[in-house]
Design a protein around this ligand. Structure first.
Ligand code: GDP
Length: 297
């Protein structure tokens, strides 16, 4: 976790340190406030949240020689990322049935990798897990997941290429129920050509699962480097699926950690996990305090 924090700090520190340097100036004149706004916008914090933050900072730092800028900034950034949200993953079912975690998102966002990494975390926490390779439109995704399964030591349920995703999801959950595992994680197809098609497909997947076990999480995977596109994806998936949590991937390669603020507002659900690299250990729970500390360096 320390290593992950360092990596996060490395990519995001420009934002926090830049802000802190600006706020520590002797005189906070209009030029300085403008630079502060630019810094926030560049980091993808978004227009409305930036305005709110700047207003609050202005109010609190108006009195010269008053509060310490670092303390104020830390508190206000924490408020901005909504430090109080419940970010725990609900991975266990009830009445002896597994919990089902549905992982959705467009291709390339890091969905399959996230499923693999998440299974590894759960197994390390002594959960029993089955994976369902329901991204049947991308043969490579099925193979990729099978590789993760071997690596982590969990069963991967798959069908022939082009199989109906819902049928793979059904089989995976049935396998999980029969084996009495804690959690079944389903990797879904991420086609976004049209909203109605996506809604049909995810709806069907969800229905066949719920005949057997409860869907306890719908995790939306978003690539942090895609900015505005990521927000559009968040909106569409938010409309077609009951998203319960966001996984923000590729934060290691992005200085735009402010996107956390925007996606949470867009969907009204918390970022629960962050991806900080391509390696097996590079997925971590999102901790607002650690995130803000990393920003501030
Ligand atoms: P999918 O199409 O959504 O299933 O995406 P994949 O899981 O195949 O991931 C697409 C690419 O992004 C792969 O090369 C992954 O290794 C890479 N990737 C996934 N998550 C992360 C991350 O957190 N950081 C970095 N740097 N790369 C990632």
């Amino acid at each position: 976790l320390v290593r992950l924090r360092q990596r996060l700090a490395g990519s995001q520190s420009g934002l926090g340190r830049g802000l802190l340097a600006l706020l520590s100036r002797d005189r906070l004149d209009e030029d300085t406030w403008e630079s502060i706004e630019d810094t926030l916008l560049t980091a993808d914090v978004g227009v409305a949240p930036t305005q709110e933050l700047v207003d609050r900072l202005r109010t609190r730092l108006r009195v010269e020689g008053g509060e310490d800028p670092r303390t104020v900034l830390r508190e206000e950034l924490l408020t901005l990322v909504d430090g109080g949200m419940d970010r725990r993953l609900q991975v266990s079912g009830a009445d002896g049935k597994p919990g089902v975690v549905l992982v959705v998102g467009v291709n390339g966002s890091g969905k399959t990798t996230t499923v693999g990494k998440l299974s590894r975390i759960l197994v390390a926490e002594d959960h029993t897990v089955v994976l369902g390779a329901a991204d049947t439109f991308r043969a490579a995704a099925v193979e990729q997941l099978a590789t993760w399964g071997e690596r982590v030591g969990v069963d991967v349920v798959r069908g022939p290429e082009g199989t109906d995703p819902a049928s793979v999801a059904f089989d995976a959950v049935r396998t999980g129920v029969d084996a009495g595992v804690d959690t079944v994680i389903i990797d879904t197809a991420g086609r976004l050509q049209n909203k109605a098609g996506l809604m049909d497909e995810l709806g069907k997947v969800k229905r066949v699962i719920e005949k057997q076990a409860p869907v306890t999480e719908v995790l939306l995977v978003l690539d942090a480097t895609t900015g505005q596109n990521g927000l559009i994806q968040a909106r569409v998936f938010g409309e077609v699926a009951d998203v319960t949590g966001i996984v923000l991937t590729k934060l290691d390669g992005s200085a735009k950690g402010g996107i956390v603020v925007q996606v949470q507002r867009e969907l009204g659900v918390p970022v629960k996990l962050v991806g900080l690299g391509e390696g097996a250990d590079d997925l971590a729970p999102f901790e607002p305090g650690a995130f803000v500390d990393a920003l501030l360096g």
